[in-house]
Ligand binder design. Structure first.
Ligand code: IPE
Length: 258
């Protein structure tokens, strides 16, 4: 069983409110179908979530009534996005069902309260792919808050024994500094707890490296036990399929946990 996150930067154009990257999603769904392994899919919100969530400060929780229509709009927008992702999965021949987290789960001070996996595992038993996504959720302490796809992934790995976790983004992998600003940026093919230690030592003086360290820590946390956590560039055809099948491709692999 494989856990795949389709990042918001790949499935939408993050610069424009509600712009869906249909072509990229269709291709990625085709690659998942061709690889033929059972999967759970989580996707980000991209410009269907972040634009309004930021404008109305939804992740700060309830501030005043003016935010309420935005909560409903973001919930609507990410459900539409999820339906479009599921439509492409089904076109590729994968039976998939969208499971909106905000419709059946709550948070407590931004921490997801997800104590039952039955609905996910029963769909899996019948060969149906559950699709979850970053959403706006009610929060016992804050009123409401934003749940990211990454938080859902962490929680899913606690009760499903995934052999592999694949994070589909728009960058080739993790770099030691920002590759857009530095020609000499080097990509990590493999990262372990030791790599993180060496980065941590530098991150106090470099913000960019600090960001990399945070991503690396998250990937390592997802790679506990025998599981590998792989970051790939989903804008390049063929890499997702190769990553699912365990074939050689450009990526960063986190191994050995933390
Ligand atoms: C964000 O989810 C959810 C909302 C803004 C409603 P993610 O954080 O997982 O989305 P991406 O992948 O960054 O777009």
């Amino acid at each position: 069983m494989i856990l795949i996150k389709l990042g918001g930067s790949v499935i939408t154009d993050k610069r424009e409110y509600r712009r869906f990257n249909e072509e990229a999603v269709a291709r990625l769904c085709g690659e998942i179908a061709e690889a033929g392994k059972q999967a759970v899919i989580v996707h980000g919100a991209g410009s269907f979530g972040h634009v309004l969530a930021k404008r109305h400060r939804l992740n700060d929780g309830y501030i005043d009534e003016s935010q309420i229509p935005a909560v409903a709009q973001v919930a609507y927008d990410v459900r539409e996005l999820s339906s479009m992702v599921v439509a492409q999965l089904m076109k590729a021949g994968i039976p998939a069902v969208s499971m909106p987290p905000g419709s059946c789960m709550v948070m407590e001070d931004r921490s997801l309260d997800m104590d039952r996996q039955e609905v996910v595992s029963r769909f899996l038993d019948k060969g149906i792919v559950p699709v979850m996504f970053g959403d706006v959720l009610m929060d016992r302490k804050l009123g409401f808050a934003i749940l990211s796809g990454d938080q859902i992934m962490e929680r899913l790995t606690e009760f499903i024994n995934f052999e592999k976790v694949i994070f589909v983004s728009d960058i080739d992998g993790l770099f030691d500094c920002d590759p857009k600003k530095n020609k000499d940026a080097a990509m990590y093919d493999v990262v372990t707890a030791e790599t993180l230690e060496s980065i941590d030592a530098e991150s106090s003086v470099d913000d960019v490296t600090g960001g990399v360290a945070e991503k690396m820590r998250w990937m390592l946390e997802m790679s506990r036990g025998d599981r590998e956590c792989i970051l790939i560039n989903g804008t390049v055809p063929g890499r997702l399929k190769a990553a699912i099948l365990g074939e050689d491709t450009v990526c960063t692999k986190a191994l050995g946990g933390i």
